[in-house]
Write a protein that binds this ligand. Sequence first.
Ligand SMILES: Cc1cc2nc3c(=O)[nH]c(=O)nc-3n(C[C@H](O)[C@H](O)[C@H](O)COP(=O)(O)OP(=O)(O)OC[C@H]3O[C@@H](n4cnc5c(N)ncnc54)[C@H](O)[C@@H]3O)c2cc1C
Length: 287
Amino acid sequence: MSIPDLLKAKTVLSLEVFPPKRDGDVEALYRVFDAVAPLKPDFISVTYGAGGGNVGPHFDITRRLLSLGITPLPHFTCVGLDRDAVRRQLDRLAEAGVRNLLALRGDPPKGAVGFEPPADGFAHASDLIAFIRARYPFRIGGAFYPEKHPESPDAGADLRALKLKVEAGAEFLISQMFFDNNVYTSFVRKAREAGIAVPLIPGIYPVVSARFFDRDFSVGLPPEFRGGFRGTDPAADREFGWDYAQRQCLDLLRSGAPGLHLFVMNRSDTALRLWPALAARIAAPSA
Ligand SMILES: Cc1cc2nc3c(=O)[nH]c(=O)nc-3n(C[C@H](O)[C@H](O)[C@H](O)COP(=O)(O)OP(=O)(O)OC[C@H]3O[C@@H](n4cnc5c(N)ncnc54)[C@H](O)[C@@H]3O)c2cc1C
């Protein structure tokens, strides 16, 4: 079933993985698929390296999911690709049997000042989505940023850009991570007021180590979340992160989220730890 049709039929529970940087490690990812397959995720999304640096593994991993009977949601970014290059890659995905795609602009290469589309390329995800929509039968999703995309001058401009993405053909949207559910619920309210009616799936990042905070993801870190990680006891930090993510997810389901997309960072233990409570809540929402 396509992801938009699934979203009409049920609350979805899905995972995101990334192609490992080293070739040998792809086998480790396939072992993750074996471990999570019994959970029957509604789909597994596969990130795409900006500039197409991991096209080969990205395609192989997508095909592996198809062969396991798991719906793949390949991400696709248009950084550095002109229309012919986009077409060649999308033809290959369509021929392999892919039916759903997460279409993104992507980030500028490290060190670049701002995003520069190549000649005959795409400046915005909405342009890429319109291009795909006109030529392929893919069901298309896009990204959204409850705390605003870092390049946007303000939240209103970002919301207007998001509406363009939906008008171009995005039928569902998956969020950037956030750690305060009020951020998501308030964004959903504003999006509905702005006329964005498609499902807005929260993307949840179960943080398993204090090392997460070494990077800046431009998202808010509530003190009770940040303060729960001590950095001195990895097992306690992992348990705190899983517990926080589980509470976040259950609260989102209670408030009517159309699904949950878990950024599990290729860790089957994270998926296996969180799944039972979330699946039970979805199966019996009033329990
Ligand atoms: C769920 C999710 C998955 C992701 N997966 C990947 C991945 O696999 N690989 C990867 O490299 N990156 C990934 N990213 C990161 C993403 O590529 C970056 O955040 C990128 O900077 C923006 O991509 P976008 O598709 O949201 O772009 P856009 O929707 O084009 O937005 C980018 C900026 O341009 C503005 N904008 C958009 N349209 C217009 C317009 N018409 N006029 C004026 N301004 C406009 C927006 O407000 C925003 O500030 C992901 C992000 C999310 C949330």
